[in-house]
Design a protein. Structure first.
Length: 150
């Protein structure tokens, strides 16, 4: 099944390459899809070869958000994890005993804004208020995770 999906992708997306299991995909821009970390660039995502913590000229920040409202039992953590992975940020998200959700997120302000926008578009959740706190950067953190327990 995988090979047939790849074959269709190669045919439909005008992909090429010597290995049919990992073709080089050329998009309408004429540029191949690059491996690396997806980074939100205004209206689209670009792939960078460096991790969020090594972005050089782009200022990396870390923030803690505490969200209140209908934020537990509605897929908030799952949505935050998906958006964070797509934006290429690091950090964590966790439910709290008082019904709130806490998220620490590290990346550029554009990346963090992309994650917040994706969360805001969540279908079943309703954020009534949230608080923000700026934190020191964690240079050892390499991924975004969901934490469990209170």
């Amino acid at each position: 099944m995988w090979r047939s999906l790849v074959s269709r992708l190669v045919r439909d997306q005008e992909a090429s390459g010597s290995n049919p299991d990992t073709p080089t995909i050329i998009f309408k821009t004429g540029k191949p899809l690059q491996s690396g970390f997806p980074v939100f660039a205004g209206s689209h995502f670009e792939y960078r070869k460096t991790a969020v913590n090594d972005m050089g000229s782009e200022k990396v920040i870390r923030k803690r958000y505490t969200f209140y409202g209908r934020v537990q039992g509605v897929g908030f953590r799952w949505l935050a994890k998906q958006a964070a992975d797509e934006a290429g940020v690091t950090g964590w998200v966790r439910n709290e005993y008082d019904g709130s959700v806490v998220m620490e997120i590290q990346g550029t302000s554009e990346q963090i804004d992309a994650v917040l926008l994706a969360i805001k578009r969540g279908r079943y959740l309703r954020i009534e208020e949230f608080f923000t706190e700026i934190l020191p950067i964690d240079p050892k953190e390499r991924r975004f995770r969901t934490e469990y327990g209170y």
